[in-house]
Design a protein around this ligand. Structure first.
Ligand SMILES: [Zn+2]
Length: 307
């Protein structure tokens, strides 16, 4: 069963590669901690967790993290068995020293790694579930080699469900709705928010609604309003016959005491290649950041749709 790791998943500030038929099936968090689970067509395979820490990261030791993790799993489980540590060792993840345990719990076999990512001030756990008879050297080393928990760029790459984009590092995913053919991703920073959203079956939607403007008003305005009510005025400015949407607005308070000026932008397009409608809504109270929304919008790319 030597499969290739050919599919990139970039999600919740981590990138890695898995076999092409594995999918992200569950995720949570995104600001102070995060969790994601990736399954093969037949079983749970990969879980990645991180926690942002305020203490000095050098105060954390991967082996201690592993011990505490296994203790907490065992405590929460209804199974009345003790975990059996079968192997302990060291590994390298994205230039970090990592520790790993291969361990057994009931009839399940795991390899769990932990490391400290200093540039991101995060503690990581990566757990790989071994199928029956699967050796830890079959595919896990390839996955571990592909993990990127930090980068030198000013943005986090995101790549999920055949869509990729770049989000500036000051933003963290605060809320999301993921469904087949539809995604709503809400990112927050100290003074700004971004909504990245798309719908699939764009050809069908355009046929149904006639133009992009009407399709966006019908399919995406709820998500935009859920991001921030201030977008209502920009939504009203969308003409039903628009085939490309690029709107912006600066709100100045009538008196300085009423707060700061805010800038809003709303961009949407039909991407024929991937058969998706993309939309980015952006709000900031730092006017010098007004280009951020457009930069995210331009970075949005969909893979060609496979029939
Ligand atoms: Zn790292």
């Amino acid at each position: 069963m030597n499969k290739e790791v050919s599919k990139t998943i970039s999600w919740l500030e981590v990138s890695f590669k898995v076999p092409s038929d594995w999918e992200l099936v569950a995720d949570s968090g995104g600001i102070t901690e995060a969790y994601m689970r990736i399954d093969s067509p037949s079983s749970v395979k990969l879980e990645i967790k991180w926690e942002r820490v305020k203490k000095k990261v050098s105060d954390f030791f991967p082996y201690l993290t592993l011990d505490n993790y296994i203790k907490s799993i065992t405590k929460d489980s209804k199974q009345k068995v003790n975990p059996k540590i079968l192997e302990k060792g060291n590994a390298k993840v994205n230039e970090h020293k990592a520790a790993f345990y291969r361990w057994q719990f009931g009839s399940s076999n795991f390899v769990t790694l932990s490391w400290v990512c200093e540039p991101e001030s995060k503690i990581f756990l990566l757990q790989y579930t071994l199928d029956e008879g699967e050796d830890k050297s079959s595919i896990l080393p390839e996955i571990v080699k592909s993990v990127s928990c930090h980068n030198k760029e000013s943005f986090y790459p995101f790549e999920i469900f055949d869509v990729s984009f770049a989000i500036p590092k000051e933003f963290h995913l605060s809320r999301r709705k993921l469904a087949i053919g539809k995604a709503e991703l809400y990112f927050l920073s100290q003074d700004s928010k971004i909504l990245v959203t798309w719908v699939g079956l764009a050809n069908y939607q355009i046929k149904k609604y006639g133009f992009l403007g009407k399709a966006v008003s019908n399919l995406m305005s709820e998500a935009v309003k859920a991001c921030d009510n201030d977008f209502s005025s920009l939504l009203k400015a969308i003409k039903p016959t628009d085939n490309f949407i690029s709107l912006e607005k600066t709100n100045h308070p009538s008196l300085p005491i009423l707060g700061k000026a805010t800038f809003l932008s709303l961009d949407a397009k039909l991407d024929e290649l991937s058969n998706k409608i993309f939309l980015v809504a952006f709000k900031t109270s730092s006017l010098e950041k007004r280009e951020v929304g457009r930069k995210v919008f331009v970075s949005l790319k969909g893979k060609p749709e496979v029939e």
